[in-house]
Design a protein. Structure first.
Length: 147
C-alpha cells in the first residue's frame, strides 16, 4: 500500500508546483492536487485494515516494476518542475501522460482485493484518474487551439 500512497502524494506535490508556476491553470492544478492528496490519504487509511486483507494484494514483481517506474517518472518531473524549466503545455502533457499510463498499465486494477473497502477505494481512484486524464486532454486541446 505504501507505494500507492507515496505515488499519489508525489503527484499531489507535482501539481502543487505546477499550480505555483502557471497562473492561468492555477485553480485546475490546485484542485487536482487536492484530489491526489485525498487519494493518498485514502490508501494510507487502508493499510490499517487487517493483515489478512493485506495478503490478498499479491502484487507480483512485474506490477511492482510498473509502480516503481511511474514513481521514478514522477521524481524526474518534480525536479524539472522545481527548476522552472517547463511551459504550461509541457506540464499538461506530462500530467496527461502520467494519468494515462496509470490507466493503461492498470495500476489500480492489479489485484483483486477481498475486502469490499479496498476494492471500492481502488475503483474510485481508478475512476478519478480517468477523469483527470480527460480533463488534462481537454485543457491541452484548448491551449493548442489558442496558439
Ligand atoms: Fe490523478
Amino acid at each position: 500500500m505504501d507505494i500507492f500512497c507515496k505515488n499519489e502524494e508525489k503527484v499531489a506535490d507535482l501539481y502543487y508546483v505546477y499550480a505555483d508556476l502557471f497562473v492561468t491553470h492555477s485553480d485546475l492544478w490546485s484542485m487536482i492536487s487536492a484530489q491526489e492528496r485525498e487519494h493518498s490519504r485514502l490508501f494510507r487509511g487502508l493499510s490499517l485494515i487487517d493483515e489478512e486483507d493485506a495478503s490478498s494484494f499479491k502484487i507480483n514483481r512485474h506490477s511492482m516494476g510498473i509502480l516503481n517506474y511511474i514513481s521514478r517518472f514522477i521524481d524526474d518531473q518534480l525536479s524539472i518542475a522545481r527548476s522552472g524549466k517547463i511551459d504550461a503545455a509541457c506540464a499538461l502533457e506530462t500530467a496527461l501522460r502520467l494519468e494515462q499510463s496509470m490507466i493503461e498499465k492498470k495500476c489500480f486494477e492489479m489485484f483483486e482485493p477481498r475486502s469490499e473497502e479496498i476494492y471500492e477505494a481502488f475503483r474510485r481512484v481508478n475512476h478519478e484518474t480517468g477523469q483527470h486524464r480527460d480533463r488534462f486532454q481537454k485543457e491541452l486541446k484548448k491551449l493548442i487551439a489558442k496558439k
